[in-house]
Ligand binder design. Structure first.
Ligand code: ARG
Length: 460
């Protein structure tokens, strides 16, 4: 009974059934099969190059691993929980297929450096995919922003009307966030895609291994420098989860705005039917469930990051089995981040913008008050005083239930005699936006410059 375990040499009793289920990881780490097989092929070739295996032995192992890969991808591979994890399932099947030579594959290797390699490759592959999806989303945001460089809406602070901005500028704010997310992922990848193979259990090995050759075959940026660090740290998982959490924070904010904008009280957007749902009781309803679910799923990604930070806290050197808990949070984060990025891009592509409602909303909230204050500064009044005078004008307009530009000149002059007829064009929201052409401002030329810079980035 005991000898069915690959590590069972010293064991006399079989593992308790509950323990076997509790400790197994194959139910989830099978997701790493492709990276495990690629890593093993690279290891076998390296062993042959270094004279540890013969060329023929390595060739038979590589061939066998390809057969295993075909079985897994063809759906005929039988995953066995009693073999614990993806690594031992694959190695065991390899030996069944190619015979005793399969038992030589694990020479100079431990599951500790093997799992570190597999997971580094897996995380790297996935965050590269996220990066592509984040870029696609930047592309969609830029496209929609280009269509709306001169569509105006109230810009808010504290969720209160502040100053008019263009919808293009508003959308590009998200494009820049997502661009930084993509850059963060590229940076994270440079540290994740580093080869730990050769660290063995913790101390390195006596075989003349060539980790750089393994790294090169797997298209990695370099090799480990310290074998204990190589098998024991999971900071690449933490970093990638942080990147995922930040992406979700950005998406969740955009979801929140879409949800608010879809409320008929705002009516700024029309949800595409394909990205909305109805109510089972209220026939009139069209709910922004997609955005709500995305906002809600942000919590589980933050949870994954928190879980992983907690798992690694207080682990002594070097490998500890606690680290097996790194897989499920990352896999869950990956499902959430990948789907959310793709769905947000699809939803935004089809989102209808109601320019009329946005323009109408510019009437409420005295969004042009800053313009009046700046106008007074132009007439030689110190800003603090101009601010105060403008406040008085706002109070007067509010009392009469009109906008600032609807106040007759005589009333404005009763507040400050330096106000002339030339104030009215200044109060126009389009003029307010057009005046903000400084770099990064909401003016149309600035938005065009942002678009050009993003287009360059999207190209390379
Ligand atoms: N399933 C394990 C993990 O994910 C593989 C490494 C096991 N190593 C060990 N010495 N038991 O971490």
């Amino acid at each position: 009974m005991a000898e069915k375990k690959m590590w069972g040499g010293r064991f006399r009793q079989a593992t308790a059934a509950l323990v076997e289920e509790y400790t197994q990881s194959v139910s989830f780490d099978r997701a790493l099969y492709a990276q495990d097989i690629a890593g093993s092929k690279a290891h076998a070739r390296m062993l042959a190059k270094q004279g540890v295996l013969t060329a023929d032995e390595a060739a038979r192992i590589v061939e066998g691993l390809d057969m295993v890969l075909a079985e897994i991808e063809g759906g005929t591979f039988v995953w066995r929980r009693e073999l614990e994890d993806v690594h031992m399932n694959i190695e065991s099947r390899l030996t069944e297929l190619v015979g005793d030579v399969g038992k030589k594959l694990h020479t100079g290797r431990s599951r500790n450096d093997q799992v570190a390699l597999d997971f580094r490759l897996f995380v790297s592959d996935r965050i590269r995919a996220w990066r592509g999806l984040a870029r696609d989303l930047v592309g969609v945001l830029a496209e929609r922003a280009g269509e709306h460089a001169t569509t105006l809406l109230p810009g808010c602070t504290h969720m209160q009307p502040a100053q008019p901005v263009s919808l293009g500028h508003h959308l590009l704010a998200y494009a820049w966030m997502l661009r930084r997310d993509a850059e963060r992922l590229a940076d994270c990848d440079r540290r994740a895609r580093v080869c730990p193979l050769g660290a063995a259990a913790l101390a390195g090995t006596t075989y003349p291994l060539d980790p750089a050759f393994v790294a090169e075959q797997l298209d990695m940026y370099g090799t480990f420098r310290n074998s204990m660090d190589a098998v024991s740290d999971r900071d690449f998982v933490l970093e990638s989860l942080f990147c995922g959490a930040t992406i979700m924070a950005h998406l969740s904010r955009l979801c929140e705005e879409i949800i608010i904008w879809a409320n008929p009280a705002f009516g700024f957007v029309r949800l595409p039917d394909a990205y909305a749902t109805g109510s089972s009781i209220m026939p009139q309803k069209k709910n922004p469930d997609v955005a709500e679910i995305m906002r809600g799923k942000t919590g589980r990604v933050y949870g994954a990051l928190t879980a992983m930070l907690t798992t690694v806290k207080g682990l002594p050197m070097t490998y500890n089995r606690d680290m097996q808990e790194d897989k499920e949070p990352f896999l869950d984060c990956d499902r959430t981040v990948s789907a959310s990025l793709e769905i947000m891009a699809g939803m935004l592509r089809e989102l209808g913008f109601n320019e009329g409602r946005m323009r109408a909303a510019l009437r409420a909230g005295f969004l042009n008050a800053t313009e009046l204050a700046d106008y007074l500064v132009g007439k030689g009044i110190p800003f603090r005083e101009a601010h105060h005078l403008t406040g008085a004008a706002v109070a007067l307009a509010e009392e009469r239930n009109v906008t600032l530009e609807e106040l007759p000149l005589a009333d404005l002059q009763s507040i400050c005699d330096r106000i002339g007829d030339d104030v009215y064009p200044v109060l126009d929201p389009a003029a307010a936006v057009a005046r903000r052409e400084m770099p990064g401002g909401t003016g149309p030329a600035s938005v065009a410059a942002q678009l050009a810079e993003l287009a360059d980035w999207l190209e390379d």
